[in-house]
Design a protein. Structure first.
Ligand code: ADP
Length: 261
Protein backbone atom coordinates (compact mmCIF):
# COMPACT_ATOMS: atom_id res chain seq x y z
CA UNK A 1 0.00 0.00 0.00
CA UNK A 2 1.58 3.27 -0.95
CA UNK A 3 0.25 6.77 -0.87
CA UNK A 4 1.93 10.11 -1.13
CA UNK A 5 0.69 13.07 0.82
CA UNK A 6 -1.17 15.39 -1.50
CA UNK A 7 -0.74 19.09 -0.96
CA UNK A 8 -4.02 19.95 0.67
CA UNK A 9 -4.97 22.41 3.34
CA UNK A 10 -4.96 21.61 7.02
CA UNK A 11 -8.73 21.71 7.02
CA UNK A 12 -8.56 18.97 4.46
CA UNK A 13 -10.35 18.46 1.22
CA UNK A 14 -10.72 14.75 1.59
CA UNK A 15 -12.59 12.81 -1.01
CA UNK A 16 -16.06 11.60 -0.04
CA UNK A 17 -14.62 8.10 0.28
CA UNK A 18 -11.99 9.28 2.73
CA UNK A 19 -14.56 11.26 4.66
CA UNK A 20 -16.52 8.12 5.21
CA UNK A 21 -19.31 8.92 2.82
CA UNK A 22 -18.62 6.41 0.10
CA UNK A 23 -21.25 7.82 -2.21
CA UNK A 24 -24.81 6.72 -2.88
CA UNK A 25 -26.57 5.21 0.08
CA UNK A 26 -23.71 3.06 1.26
CA UNK A 27 -22.95 3.26 4.99
CA UNK A 28 -19.93 5.28 6.16
CA UNK A 29 -16.60 3.61 5.72
CA UNK A 30 -15.23 1.73 8.70
CA UNK A 31 -11.73 2.89 9.56
CA UNK A 32 -10.96 0.24 12.14
CA UNK A 33 -12.50 -3.03 13.15
CA UNK A 34 -11.31 -5.75 15.46
CA UNK A 35 -12.70 -9.21 16.13
CA UNK A 36 -11.92 -11.23 19.24
CA UNK A 37 -8.68 -9.36 19.74
CA UNK A 38 -6.48 -10.93 22.42
CA UNK A 39 -3.09 -9.95 23.78
CA UNK A 40 -1.30 -12.19 26.25
CA UNK A 41 2.09 -11.31 27.68
CA UNK A 42 4.28 -14.18 28.77
CA UNK A 43 7.48 -13.36 30.63
CA UNK A 44 9.47 -15.22 33.25
CA UNK A 45 6.80 -17.86 33.66
CA UNK A 46 4.11 -15.23 34.28
CA UNK A 47 1.13 -14.92 31.94
CA UNK A 48 -0.87 -11.69 31.77
CA UNK A 49 -4.04 -11.55 29.68
CA UNK A 50 -3.94 -7.83 28.98
CA UNK A 51 -6.64 -7.82 26.25
CA UNK A 52 -9.28 -10.49 26.44
CA UNK A 53 -11.45 -10.50 23.34
CA UNK A 54 -12.04 -6.94 22.13
CA UNK A 55 -14.55 -6.31 19.35
CA UNK A 56 -14.61 -2.70 18.23
CA UNK A 57 -15.74 -0.91 15.11
CA UNK A 58 -14.89 2.71 14.41
CA UNK A 59 -16.50 4.66 11.59
CA UNK A 60 -14.39 7.11 9.63
CA UNK A 61 -14.12 10.37 11.55
CA UNK A 62 -15.27 8.96 14.87
CA UNK A 63 -13.71 10.18 18.12
CA UNK A 64 -13.62 7.52 20.82
CA UNK A 65 -12.32 7.84 24.35
CA UNK A 66 -11.12 4.72 26.12
CA UNK A 67 -11.41 4.97 29.88
CA UNK A 68 -10.19 2.53 32.46
CA UNK A 69 -8.07 2.25 35.58
CA UNK A 70 -4.34 1.84 35.43
CA UNK A 71 -3.43 -1.68 34.34
CA UNK A 72 -6.75 -2.28 32.56
CA UNK A 73 -5.02 -2.67 29.19
CA UNK A 74 -5.44 0.76 27.54
CA UNK A 75 -1.83 1.11 26.40
CA UNK A 76 -1.71 -2.49 25.30
CA UNK A 77 -4.85 -2.05 23.21
CA UNK A 78 -3.51 1.07 21.49
CA UNK A 79 -0.14 -0.55 20.88
CA UNK A 80 -1.75 -3.63 19.36
CA UNK A 81 -4.09 -1.51 17.21
CA UNK A 82 -1.08 0.38 15.88
CA UNK A 83 1.09 -2.69 15.41
CA UNK A 84 3.65 -1.64 18.03
CA UNK A 85 2.95 -5.00 19.71
CA UNK A 86 1.71 -8.10 17.89
CA UNK A 87 -1.74 -9.41 18.77
CA UNK A 88 -1.79 -12.91 20.26
CA UNK A 89 -4.98 -13.77 18.36
CA UNK A 90 -7.96 -12.12 16.74
CA UNK A 91 -8.33 -9.83 13.78
CA UNK A 92 -7.57 -6.17 13.05
CA UNK A 93 -8.95 -4.55 9.93
CA UNK A 94 -7.85 -1.08 8.87
CA UNK A 95 -9.73 0.59 6.01
CA UNK A 96 -11.10 -2.76 4.91
CA UNK A 97 -7.77 -4.57 4.88
CA UNK A 98 -6.78 -7.24 7.34
CA UNK A 99 -3.56 -6.08 9.00
CA UNK A 100 -3.02 -8.24 12.10
CA UNK A 101 -0.84 -10.66 10.16
CA UNK A 102 1.49 -8.01 8.76
CA UNK A 103 5.22 -8.34 9.36
CA UNK A 104 7.06 -5.78 11.46
CA UNK A 105 8.12 -4.04 8.25
CA UNK A 106 4.56 -4.17 6.94
CA UNK A 107 3.26 -2.53 10.08
CA UNK A 108 5.97 0.13 9.88
CA UNK A 109 4.87 0.98 6.36
CA UNK A 110 1.21 1.00 7.36
CA UNK A 111 1.92 3.35 10.28
CA UNK A 112 3.92 5.63 8.02
CA UNK A 113 0.99 5.95 5.64
CA UNK A 114 -2.10 5.66 7.78
CA UNK A 115 -1.57 5.80 11.55
CA UNK A 116 -0.47 8.62 13.84
CA UNK A 117 0.58 8.10 17.47
CA UNK A 118 0.63 10.52 20.38
CA UNK A 119 2.25 9.34 23.61
CA UNK A 120 2.01 10.56 27.18
CA UNK A 121 5.65 11.62 27.26
CA UNK A 122 5.66 13.31 23.84
CA UNK A 123 8.59 11.23 22.44
CA UNK A 124 9.89 14.04 20.26
CA UNK A 125 13.34 13.73 18.71
CA UNK A 126 15.40 16.00 20.92
CA UNK A 127 18.23 16.61 18.46
CA UNK A 128 15.86 17.95 15.80
CA UNK A 129 13.94 21.21 15.66
CA UNK A 130 10.18 21.33 16.07
CA UNK A 131 9.87 21.88 12.31
CA UNK A 132 11.95 18.81 11.49
CA UNK A 133 10.06 16.67 14.01
CA UNK A 134 6.80 17.54 12.27
CA UNK A 135 8.05 17.36 8.68
CA UNK A 136 9.77 13.99 9.02
CA UNK A 137 6.64 11.77 8.99
CA UNK A 138 5.27 13.55 5.94
CA UNK A 139 8.58 13.09 4.13
CA UNK A 140 8.66 9.41 5.10
CA UNK A 141 5.11 9.06 3.80
CA UNK A 142 6.21 10.33 0.41
CA UNK A 143 5.52 14.06 0.51
CA UNK A 144 7.88 16.40 -1.28
CA UNK A 145 9.91 18.74 0.97
CA UNK A 146 7.67 21.61 -0.15
CA UNK A 147 4.50 19.68 0.73
CA UNK A 148 5.95 18.62 4.08
CA UNK A 149 6.91 22.20 4.90
CA UNK A 150 3.50 23.53 3.94
CA UNK A 151 1.73 20.89 5.99
CA UNK A 152 4.00 21.64 8.97
CA UNK A 153 3.36 25.38 8.71
CA UNK A 154 -0.39 24.81 8.58
CA UNK A 155 -0.44 22.40 11.50
CA UNK A 156 1.79 24.49 13.75
CA UNK A 157 -0.36 27.54 12.98
CA UNK A 158 -3.53 25.60 13.68
CA UNK A 159 -2.08 24.45 16.99
CA UNK A 160 -0.96 27.95 17.96
CA UNK A 161 2.78 27.26 17.96
CA UNK A 162 3.89 28.62 14.59
CA UNK A 163 6.55 30.69 16.35
CA UNK A 164 8.24 27.60 17.77
CA UNK A 165 9.25 26.00 14.47
CA UNK A 166 12.96 26.62 14.94
CA UNK A 167 13.07 25.67 18.62
CA UNK A 168 14.47 22.51 20.16
CA UNK A 169 11.73 20.46 21.82
CA UNK A 170 13.45 20.69 25.22
CA UNK A 171 12.91 24.45 25.17
CA UNK A 172 9.14 24.05 25.07
CA UNK A 173 6.61 23.60 27.85
CA UNK A 174 4.86 20.26 28.22
CA UNK A 175 1.72 21.60 26.56
CA UNK A 176 3.73 22.97 23.65
CA UNK A 177 5.62 19.69 23.27
CA UNK A 178 2.36 17.78 23.13
CA UNK A 179 1.06 20.16 20.46
CA UNK A 180 4.19 19.42 18.44
CA UNK A 181 3.62 15.70 18.97
CA UNK A 182 0.04 16.12 17.77
CA UNK A 183 1.22 18.03 14.68
CA UNK A 184 3.76 15.30 14.01
CA UNK A 185 1.10 12.60 14.32
CA UNK A 186 -1.10 14.43 11.82
CA UNK A 187 1.66 15.35 9.38
CA UNK A 188 1.19 12.28 7.20
CA UNK A 189 -2.59 12.80 7.14
CA UNK A 190 -3.33 9.49 8.85
CA UNK A 191 -6.65 7.68 8.72
CA UNK A 192 -6.32 6.79 12.38
CA UNK A 193 -4.82 8.69 15.31
CA UNK A 194 -4.03 6.70 18.46
CA UNK A 195 -3.25 8.70 21.60
CA UNK A 196 -2.16 7.09 24.85
CA UNK A 197 -2.96 9.34 27.84
CA UNK A 198 -1.85 12.37 25.82
CA UNK A 199 -2.62 14.75 28.67
CA UNK A 200 -1.51 12.50 31.51
CA UNK A 201 1.67 14.49 31.96
CA UNK A 202 0.10 17.97 31.78
CA UNK A 203 -1.43 20.25 34.41
CA UNK A 204 -5.26 20.32 34.36
CA UNK A 205 -5.58 23.63 32.53
CA UNK A 206 -3.10 22.66 29.80
CA UNK A 207 -4.67 19.21 29.58
CA UNK A 208 -8.01 20.86 28.86
CA UNK A 209 -6.50 23.00 26.11
CA UNK A 210 -4.83 20.01 24.50
CA UNK A 211 -8.05 17.98 24.65
CA UNK A 212 -9.86 20.84 22.92
CA UNK A 213 -7.25 20.72 20.16
CA UNK A 214 -7.81 17.01 19.63
CA UNK A 215 -11.55 17.64 19.37
CA UNK A 216 -11.09 20.56 17.01
CA UNK A 217 -8.75 18.67 14.70
CA UNK A 218 -11.03 15.65 14.71
CA UNK A 219 -13.88 17.90 13.56
CA UNK A 220 -11.83 19.75 11.00
CA UNK A 221 -9.80 16.91 9.52
CA UNK A 222 -12.26 14.05 9.93
CA UNK A 223 -9.51 11.74 11.18
CA UNK A 224 -10.67 8.81 13.31
CA UNK A 225 -9.25 9.25 16.81
CA UNK A 226 -8.91 6.86 19.73
CA UNK A 227 -7.72 8.40 22.98
CA UNK A 228 -6.95 6.59 26.20
CA UNK A 229 -7.73 9.04 28.97
CA UNK A 230 -8.86 9.54 32.54
CA UNK A 231 -10.44 12.86 31.71
CA UNK A 232 -14.16 12.83 32.49
CA UNK A 233 -14.72 16.13 30.72
CA UNK A 234 -13.40 14.70 27.48
CA UNK A 235 -15.76 11.76 27.66
CA UNK A 236 -18.64 14.26 27.73
CA UNK A 237 -17.51 15.93 24.55
CA UNK A 238 -16.52 12.89 22.47
CA UNK A 239 -18.80 10.89 20.24
CA UNK A 240 -18.34 7.66 22.14
CA UNK A 241 -16.74 6.57 25.38
CA UNK A 242 -15.71 2.99 26.06
CA UNK A 243 -14.47 1.47 29.28
CA UNK A 244 -11.76 -1.14 29.44
CA UNK A 245 -11.85 -3.32 32.50
CA UNK A 246 -9.59 -6.31 32.93
CA UNK A 247 -8.98 -6.46 29.20
CA UNK A 248 -12.65 -6.27 28.15
CA UNK A 249 -14.33 -3.33 26.49
CA UNK A 250 -17.84 -2.04 27.12
CA UNK A 251 -19.81 1.11 26.38
CA UNK A 252 -19.39 3.76 29.03
CA UNK A 253 -22.59 5.64 29.78
CA UNK A 254 -22.02 9.33 29.14
CA UNK A 255 -21.73 11.33 32.37
CA UNK A 256 -24.41 13.99 32.74
CA UNK A 257 -23.55 17.42 31.38
CA UNK A 258 -22.56 19.85 34.13
CA UNK A 259 -25.37 22.08 35.41
CA UNK A 260 -25.31 25.52 33.77
CA UNK A 261 -23.85 28.43 35.67
P1 ADP B 1 -3.02 0.62 31.17
O1 ADP B 1 -2.49 1.30 29.97
O2 ADP B 1 -4.52 0.61 31.23
O3 ADP B 1 -2.42 1.14 32.45
P2 ADP B 1 -1.44 -1.64 30.31
O4 ADP B 1 -1.87 -1.93 28.91
O5 ADP B 1 -0.17 -0.85 30.46
O6 ADP B 1 -2.63 -0.94 31.09
O7 ADP B 1 -1.25 -3.00 31.09
C1 ADP B 1 -2.24 -4.04 31.07
C2 ADP B 1 -1.67 -5.27 31.77
O8 ADP B 1 -0.63 -5.82 30.98
C3 ADP B 1 -1.05 -4.94 33.13
O9 ADP B 1 -1.28 -6.05 33.99
C4 ADP B 1 0.42 -4.83 32.81
O10 ADP B 1 1.21 -5.16 33.93
C5 ADP B 1 0.59 -5.85 31.71
N1 ADP B 1 1.68 -5.52 30.79
C6 ADP B 1 1.77 -4.39 30.04
N2 ADP B 1 2.88 -4.43 29.26
C7 ADP B 1 3.51 -5.60 29.55
C8 ADP B 1 4.70 -6.23 29.09
N3 ADP B 1 5.48 -5.65 28.16
N4 ADP B 1 5.04 -7.44 29.60
C9 ADP B 1 4.25 -8.03 30.52
N5 ADP B 1 3.11 -7.50 31.01
C10 ADP B 1 2.74 -6.30 30.53
Amino acid sequence: MSRSVPPRGVRGDRSPREQGGSGGNRPPETTLRTAKLVKVYRADGVTVEAIRGVDIELAAGEFVAIMGPSGSGKSTLLHVLGGLEPATSGEIWLRGERVDRLSTAGWALLRRQHIGFVFQFFNLLSNMTVADNVELPALLAGATPRQARRRREELLAELGIAGKAGAAPARLSGGEQQRVALARALANEPSLLLADEPTGNLDPHTAEEVHELFLKLNRELGITMVIATHNEHLTRSVGRALRLEEGKLRDEPKPPAPAPG
